[in-house]
Design a binder for this molecule. Structure first.
Ligand code: CP
Ligand code: NVA
Length: 302
């Protein structure tokens, strides 16, 4: 059966743990100048509807390091822009390449592609999820704390795609997730219902101080995601009390790290003092996209 990564719920807890273990190994091997090339002769297509720096470059570099090749496809330059059906595109790509990373708006587009593809489909960000980002975030937390078990993770700001993927991670793994989101900007209610049914320690609240209190990980993201540019001004007013700044971080554990998937807007969701300060793990987090995705590609294509 073809495996896909449309959300982190496509993976079991054991599979996530194994992927993270391999990601740490691949990072250590690269530091030693050793790089296994198990994907020689394999090809990854990357079909993108939205801009990207990290996701595109880390997948392309990762594929090259593993011995394979990648092809970047901007939707506007494909026949999809001239109404070729998604199902036909999925069938044809499946005849040429070994996997496809997709960055788009609706999660349903990804699901439809996966339904007609005979190769793995990887979510490179949709409006609803960003599973590859959170794999690298989890790796970064493990690196700093030696594990995830029992940690308190705070999410401050928009209940967006990255927040949803953090919820899926907390549905699978053993850490507490406290999300502070303004009313009207909460994460996917279906995921919150799963959290309640599964009696998971996933809590949603409006108060950022309560979410951050004693947390080892403080996580935030932009207030207006790609596709929401028209709401940016209105959102700036609503989200003002949700800025991750030195004062808010003062409520976290003394050893707390700060995560931001990037790109960041300094002075909005996070201050420069925090993002560029000693508690920021954002640059390791960005690097770890490479290692986590190499582990994912090796597993899906190997
Ligand atoms: N964090 C992330 O996905 O960055 P890009 O939009 O640059 O890919
Ligand atoms: N929530 C952001 C993440 C960017 C990597 C967005 O969707 O634009």
């Amino acid at each position: 059966m073809t495996r896909h990564l449309l959300t982190l719920l496509d993976l079991t807890a054991e599979e996530i743990t194994a992927l993270l273990r391999r990601a740490h190994e691949l990072k250590a091997l690269q530091r030693q100048g050793r790089c296994p090339r198990p994907l020689a002769g394999r090809t990854l297509a990357m079909l993108f509807d939205k801009p990207s720096t990290r996701t595109r470059v880390s997948f392309e570099a990762g594929m090259a390091q593993l011995g394979g090749a990648s092809i970047y496809l901007e939707r506007g330059q494909t026949q999809l822009s001239r109404a070729e059906p998604l199902a036909d595109t999925a069938r044809v790509l499946s005849r040429y390449v070994d996997a496809v990373v997709v960055r788009t708006f609706a999660q349903e587009m990804l699901e439809e592609l996966a339904a007609h593809a005979t190769i793995p489909v990887i979510n490179g960000l949709t409006d609803s999820h960003h599973p590859c980002q959170v794999l690298s975030d989890l790796m970064t937390v493990e690196e700093r704390f030696g594990g995830l078990t029992g940690l308190k993770v705070a999410w401050v700001g928009d209940g967006n795609n990255v927040a949803n993927s953090w919820i899926t991670a907390a549905l699978r793994l053993d850490f507490e997730l406290h999300l502070a989101c303004p009313p009207g900007y909460e994460p996917d209610p279906g995921l919150m219902a799963l959290a309640r049914e599964g009696r998971r320690r996933i809590f949603l609240m409006p108060d950022p101080v309560a979410a951050v209190a004693g947390a080892q990980v403080v996580n935030t993201d932009v207030w207006a995601s790609m596709g929401q540019e028209g709401e940016a001004e209105q959102r700036r007013a609503v989200f003002r009390p949700y800025q991750v700044n030195t004062e808010l971080l003062g409520h976290a554990a003394a050893e707390a790290i700060v995560l931001h998937c990037l790109p960041a807007h300094r002075g909005e969701e996070i201050t420069s003092e925090v993002l560029d300060g000693p508690q920021s793990a954002a640059w390791d987090q960005a690097e770890n996209r490479l290692h986590a995705q190499k582990a994912l590609l090796e597993w899906l294509l190997g």
